[in-house]
Each structure stands twice: as C-alpha cells, then as structure tokens.
Design a protein around this ligand. Structure first.
Ligand SMILES: C[S@@+](CC[C@H](N)C(=O)[O-])C[C@H]1O[C@@H](n2cnc3c(N)ncnc32)[C@H](O)[C@@H]1O
Length: 275
C-alpha cells in the first residue's frame, strides 16, 4: 500500500520522511527479577526481547515507548488513577507494575470488544484495575492522576503501515482532533487540584498533539504543562507553530518521539498539571 501524498507532505514539514515506515520497532517485557537481556535505557525493569524469545505466552509484550506516558504520570501507591482509553491494557499493565499492583486504577474504554481484551489482560496478568466500559466524556468522580492515551490517526505505529495508510485522510485527522479536544477537556474537569493529566498519542499530527494541549491551556487558567522527568531517551520538544497557527509556548515542554530517535514507534506525550 502506498503512502498518501498529503501525508508525505505533512511528514516532510515536520522533518520526517516516508523511510520511517521501512523501520521495525523493538519490543520489550517487564520483570522484577534481573534478566540476562538488554535493558531498556529509560526504565529499570524493562528488557528488550528479540525473535529468539520463547516465553511469549506468559509475558505482556509491547513497544517500550509505551513506558514514557506512564513515567510522566508519576504513579504513586496512594493515587487514584484513571486510564481513560485503556484497551487492550498495555499502559494499565505498566502503571500497575510501577506501583507494585497496589494502586486503585480505573481502566476504561468505550469499545465493548476491546474491553473484552482489556478484561482478559487484567485477569491474565493480575493487574490491579477495575474495568469500565463507557465514553471517556461520561466518567464522573475525581482522580489524582489521569492518563488520556487518545484515539488517533496512528501514524507512529510504523509496524502497521498498511493499516495506517488505508484509513488515513486529512478529514479523519480533523475529526479525531475534534474528539480529542472533548476528551481532554472532560479529563481535566475530573482531575483533582494538584493532579497530573498525561495526554498521549501515537501520531505526528500537530492538530492531534500540540493543538489539543494548546486548546486546554486556552480553556483553563489553572492548567500548565510540565517537562517530563525521564532520562536516556532521545526526543524533540513540541512545536509552537503549525500551518500559520501559533501555540502557547508551554507546548515546548511536550515530547515528540520519532521512530529514528530510539527505534520505537512514534509518540507524543504532554504532562499537564492542575494548579
Ligand atoms: C490508542 S488506543 C488505547 C491504547 C491503550 N491505552 C493501551 O495502552 O493499550 C485508543 C483507545 O481509545 C478508545 N476510545 C475511543 N474513543 C473513546 C472515548 N470517547 N472514550 C473512551 N475510549 C475511547 C478506543 O476504543 C481505543 O481502545
């Protein structure tokens, strides 16, 4: 399947080109025991695996870039965590690992079929989470930490390029951007004062990334964007202008992680706080 000319143009404006889709990302697992495998540099307890890894059925296998939004959330045992768009549960699993399975995590997703996979993973891996099947815009209550790993155009999932190209259009990017703004607004409304909201996507599109963060900063005077405290990972800061639209300077604190940076999928992470 061919890449869309429009997508190619957009990537070029962001300093990327279609050769990113020739790359293959590496996968990792988490372990509390020391393993004789190469360590993922940005998280103790994560190890790269390769094709020779045999224990596949017993382990949760994922792209190590998924660890970054979870680190940005700074999960603590005493937190009340909401994972708004959680299925199939990769980041719920990582958050549960990071808090020794002792934190109250609500793992939600709107899609009932994906919720089945989420429930299966929660059971199989003993994840400390309560599963919900609702729209992220309808969740009530309040939470000290919220992860919004939003539905997006998925351009960063370079291993699945045919699927991305099949569904890609500028119209879809615009529709997703609209839905993401509604989700981020509601997530911030149910965030406790002093709490952290992490917004992440696996796309490069500024409309789905910096623009969503800029929208939040514009809407709420008590929102700010912090730098993510993470080491040993290569990334660029958020961009402050796209197609003639200028964004709030704080978006520079966001992380743009491109496939060539660390041989992972492409990712965007913003860590926001309620003052
Ligand atoms: C990027 S995927 C989430 C991946 C997941 N966080 C993980 O790490 O395994 C985005 C998810 O958002 C869900 N979704 C889409 N719209 C939603 C909404 N309005 N409320 C809640 N979930 C939604 C989709 O069903 C999909 O599972």
């Amino acid at each position: 399947m061919q890449i869309h000319e429009k997508l190619k143009e957009r990537l070029m404006k962001l300093g990327l080109d279609e050769t990113i889709y020739e790359m293959r990302t590496r996968k990792c697992i988490l372990s509390r025991e020391k393993l004789n495998l190469e360590k993922v540099p940005w998280f103790d307890g994560a190890y790269f695996i390769d094709a020779s890894f045999t224990n596949r059925n017993d382990c949760f296998i994922f792209d190590p870039i998924s660890i970054i939004p979870c680190l940005a959330l700074e999960p603590k045992k005493e937190d009340k965590i909401l994972d708004v768009c959680a299925a199939p549960g990769t980041k719920t699993f990582i958050l549960s690992f990071m808090t020794d399975n002792e934190t109250k995590i609500t793992a939600n997703d709107i899609d009932k079929f994906r919720v089945r996979r989420l429930k299966a993973n929660v059971n199989k891996f003993n994840i400390s989470a309560e599963v919900m099947n609702a729209s992220g815009r309808k969740i009530t209550g309040s939470f000290s930490k919220i992860l919004l790993d939003a539905p997006c155009s998925g351009e960063g999932m370079i291993n699945k390029k045919d699927k991305i190209f099949q569904h890609w259009s500028e119209k879809r990017v615009r529709l997703l951007a609209k839905a993401q703004k509604k989700l981020i607004q509601h997530a911030f409304e149910i965030l406790e004062k002093g709490g952290i909201l992490v917004y992440s996507t696996c796309t490069f599109e500024p409309e789905e990334n910096e623009e969503a963060v800029d929208f939040l900063l514009d809407k709420f005077d008590d929102a700010c964007v912090d730098k993510v405290d993470v080491n040993n990972i290569v990334y660029d800061g958020g961009i402050t202008e796209w197609n003639g639209k200028k964004f709030n300077n704080q978006v520079k604190n966001c992380m743009r992680i491109h496939p060539q940076h660390n041989r992972t999928g492409g990712f965007f992470v913003a860590k926001m706080r309620k003052l």
